[in-house]
Ligand binder design. Structure first.
Ligand code: ATP
Length: 309
């Protein structure tokens, strides 16, 4: 159990319905200080709606939010001063220079970090005089993060911060998030990338259809699947008889296109069965990998669906 002082935000029974759509359907969680707290879920799970309520952009139908030691029905202006929000699709004026954008947003707050300091934090020092229109996608996203940090917030919301970024830009964003945590900030992140959740998070809530269906550290969540090992390979032209056969080699088998995934408690037995089957059927076990369960496996086990379908 965490003691109360180590919890920055506590959410209880939060609900938001849009007509018949239960976008957020009674969720409760606690966010520890100086940690990365992630809501992982597929499109439409209710992540953005949850964040927008916590950011004070939307009002919940029901529920309670306790943040910075105060219980609130909705997030107030004074609370917002202590928060930073990464704007989704931030469309900064293309003919403004980077430092002008920062100065503009800084003017909205009573207390703001200096332009130089904030640009250093997001590794955009070299771009201070560049016009927004000349920035790459990753640099624009870093500018959006700089804007979110301008008031030196204690709590930072990052809603899908790396969606659409290339792998290099994604890594840059990950190191910015890690740097924020090192400086004692609390980060609430949403993502539908399980690698991102695994790499960054101290605590993950897996959300689906408005509900939290599992939570814990990445390690705890994967351990929840038991001692199973995952064997994966690519095989085309399988017939239904093959799939039935494969199911007998482990504790579970599924096919997703050409990818076959087996769960097993007896790796040696499974491999023996698989190799014999492969030889007999003349089907090579292409790209074979043996790995521990990941968050995608956890989501699949809980919902029967993949995170990205
Ligand atoms: P994404 O990753 O696609 O942003 P999400 O997990 O953030 O998904 P939300 O955007 O919170 O999910 O949406 C949750 C559900 O609520 C979806 O079914 C969505 O269509 C619905 N929804 C969201 N906003 C509204 C709205 N303003 N009016 C009606 N329905 C809405």
């Amino acid at each position: 159990m965490q003691d109360a002082s180590s919890i920055l935000m506590r959410v209880t029974g939060l609900e938001k319905h849009y007509g018949a759509v239960r976008a957020v359907d009674g969720i409760s969680f606690s966010v520890p200080r100086a940690s990365v707290f992630t809501i992982l879920g597929p499109n439409g799970a209710g992540k953005t709606t949850t964040l927008e309520i916590l950011e004070g952009i939307r009002e919940p139908d029901r529920g309670e939010i306790e943040v910075f030691g105060a219980k609130l029905r909705r997030v107030t202006r004074a609370v917002k001063e202590r928060m930073g929000v990464l704007l989704q699709d931030a469309n900064f004026e293309p003919y403004l220079r980077v430092k002008e954008v920062i100065a503009l947003f800084a003017s909205f707050f009573r207390r703001a970090v200096s332009v130089d300091e904030i640009l250093t934090r997001v590794a955009l020092q070299d771009k201070a005089k560049a016009m927004v229109r000349t920035l790459s996608g990753g640099q624009r996203q870093r500018l959006a993060v700089a804007v979110a940090l301008i008031n030196d917030p204690e709590l930072v919301f990052l809603d899908e911060p790396t969606t659409g970024l290339d792998p290099q830009a994604r890594r840059n964003m990950w190191s910015i998030v890690a740097g924020l945590k090192e400086r004692g900030k609390t980060i609430i992140l949403t993502t539908h990338y399980m690698e991102e959740a695994e790499a960054l998070s101290d605590h993950i809530c897996i959300m689906d259809l408005g509900k939290i269906i599992a939570e814990g550290s990445p390690r705890q969540l994967a351990a929840g699947l038991g001692r199973e090992t995952i064997v994966e390979f690519v095989a085309d032209h399988l017939d239904p008889g093959d799939v039935d056969n494969l199911k007998t080699f482990g504790q579970g088998a599924r096919t997703d296109g050409e990818v076959v995934t087996l769960q097993t408690n007896d790796l040696v037995g499974t491999m023996e069965g698989l190799l014999a089957w492969s030889r007999e059927r003349g089907i090579p076990l292409a790209n074979m990998a043996v790995r521990q369960p990941n968050l995608e496996d956890v989501f699949l086990a809980l919902t029967g669906r993949r995170l990205r379908e």
